[in-house]
Write a protein that binds this ligand. Structure first.
Ligand SMILES: [Zn+2]
Ligand SMILES: [Zn+2]
Length: 214
């Protein structure tokens, strides 16, 4: 199993890189991604933090013999913009972190994938009720899935937000979409809490494939 969405003290998580790696190894995970918020977040990670975190990631990989991806979660800003520090990340997640009207929700995501589809790997916690849209639009969901296929962007199955909702996952089934699975852990005890995600992937992504090869 893998967990590709974990926050550390390099943004708003409470656990250190070393602690996360040790816990992940104990849980039997093969790959994890430490994905801290980007600079638009008040506790976000700039270039110098990313470099410091990278040193800790490399030490922890040696110490615990586990693969750790160096990632970032960018908030999707007005006009679909994202802010990325100058650093070579292994995985880039883009997520909505604002309460928006239904139109603005879809338009930000669409513009983001149109502009940054070649750098964004994963669309995070889509249609989460916690940072939700005012509603859903079936036609726009169909278009969004097509755009994700076109831009080779993975759907994230996020076990903290329990997102995307089941009817969206049903729309994904039968499509050759990539998927990612993440706990969105901000505390050590939630690292590796991905079981629901793997169940959903098995059920709804039979034609899809995980973003990483295990
Ligand atoms: Zn998020
Ligand atoms: Zn997150």
């Amino acid at each position: 199993m893998f967990d590709l969405h974990i926050h550390s003290i390099y943004s708003d998580g409470s656990a250190k890189v070393d602690e996360i790696a040790r816990r992940a190894k104990e849980m039997g995970l093969k790959v994890i991604a430490i994905v801290d918020h980007s600079v638009e977040h008040r506790l976000g990670m700039d270039e110098s933090k990313a470099k410091r975190r990278q040193e800790e990631i490399e030490e922890a990989m040696d110490r615990y013999d586990i693969k750790i991806l160096s990632g970032i979660e960018c908030g999707i800003l007005p006009d679909g913009e994202i802010q990325l520090p100058d650093f070579d990340f292994d995985i880039i997640i883009a997520s909505i972190h604002d309460f928006l009207s239904i139109d603005e929700y879809y338009s930000r995501i669409t513009r983001c994938l149109e502009k940054f589809g070649d750098v964004v790997d994963v669309l995070g916690h889509l249609h989460s009720e916690r940072f939700g849209s005012a509603g859903r639009d079936y036609v726009l969901d169909v278009e969004l899935i097509d755009l994700m296929l076109e831009t080779d962007t993975a759907v994230e199955i996020n076990t903290s937000h329990m997102s995307p909702p089941i009817d969206f996952l049903e729309m994904c089934s039968g499509k050759p979409l990539k998927y990612s699975i993440g706990s969105d852990a901000h505390t050590l005890d939630r690292v590796g809490d991905v079981r629901w995600g793997f169940e959903m992937a098995k059920r709804y992504f039979k034609r899809g494939k995980p973003i990483i090869n295990l």
